[in-house]
Design a protein around this ligand. Structure first.
Ligand SMILES: [Fe+2]
Length: 315
């Protein structure tokens, strides 16, 4: 497979398992196109045309050094210049895949967060409230990532002539859908049942060994789960802390997330929402693994690094 084929596979898998469904994604892209067509010629020059085809602004080909057939891939949750050097040191690495966004994909991270409005609305939060509170948060994230040194790792890959891509929301969608199906299939009654269910997932089982298995951030094991929402596994970055009160009013009892800030935790507690934090690197690994399994099936060797807990489901 070539770099572009691997990248397209990631995007397509992300769309396949997107909570909005294929139709929802198509609608989102159609609207993007309509808005693009209304821009002036000057504005069109600055417009990123890839956003018309790819719904995940945080997943990109960052540097295509050559067009070779990819046989060995170094994959990590965070790729920094250290991992680029590591690839060089290891030798024979045809492509480096980062989960967390870099370069342009990091600069445009906030663009994918609109997905969270759709997910919140599916769980019963009125769309106007979801959009209102998310708008504030999306702008905050956009400003937050504005100051960082986006191109640092990309520059390192360019200097060493290494192919580099990042797959963020496209992979998080796979983790979110996997967990949704598992949880809804089992229908756990109490939080302890939900925790036990999560610990059946090999990535979480592995994370338990490092002290970062699924943890309860609010509520107790004895609590009943109520309606369980998977609102914080995919969608770019953490949502607004103000949402918890609205989620409680929408009938949500438990939120399963990857990670939360202390501000969010306090708001969830005040709203009597039980927060089950499945784990960050482990949840990121779960989504990446479901994509990497497809590469493995094509005979590509996967070398995990930088926090990726590699579990293959191909056997
Ligand atoms: Fe992450």
């Amino acid at each position: 497979m070539k770099v572009s084929e691997i990248y397209n596979l990631a995007i397509n898998k992300g769309i396949e398992e997107d909570f909005r469904g294929r139709e929802g994604v198509a609608k989102f892209l159609k609207r993007k196109k309509e808005r693009f067509e209304k821009l002036t010629e000057e504005e069109k020059k600055e417009f990123d045309l890839e956003t018309l085809e790819n719904p995940y602004s945080d997943s990109r080909i960052l540097h295509a050094a050559d067009d070779k057939d990819i046989k060995r891939v170094l994959v990590g949750i965070d790729i920094e210049p250290a991992e680029i050097l590591l690839a060089k040191e290891l030798g024979g690495i045809d492509l480096i895949v980062s989960h967390h966004p870099l370069g342009k994909a990091l600069a445009n991270l906030s663009d994918v967060m609109e997905l969270q409005c759709d997910i919140l609305s599916q769980y019963g939060v009125p769309i106007n409230i979801a959009e209102g509170l998310m708008k504030e948060r999306i702008e905050e994230v956009a400003r937050g990532v504005n100051r960082v040194n986006h191109q640092r790792t990309v520059d390192a890959a360019k200097l060493l002539g290494l192919n580099l891509i990042c797959v963020h929301t496209a992979a998080d969608n796979l983790a979110a859908n996997f967990l949704k199906e598992k949880i809804e299939g089992a229908g756990p009654e109490r939080i302890e049942d939900l925790m036990a269910l999560l610990k059946e997932v090999p990535e979480y089982k592995e994370a338990v060994k490092f002290g970062v298995g699924p943890k309860l951030f609010t509520g107790s094991e004895n609590n009943r789960c109520g309606k369980i929402a998977l609102t914080e596994i995919t969608g770019g970055a953490e949502g607004s802390p103000k949402l918890y009160e609205k989620m409680a009013q929408a009938g949500i009892g438990t939120v399963v997330g990857m990670h939360v800030s202390e501000d969010q935790r306090k708001e969830a507690e005040a709203a009597n929402i039980t927060l089950v934090i499945a784990g960050h690197m482990s949840s990121d690994s779960l989504g990446m693994n479901l994509f990497l399994d497809e590469l493995e099936k094509q005979g590509i060797e996967i070398i995990p690094c930088s926090g990726l807990i590699r579990i293959s489901r191909n056997q």
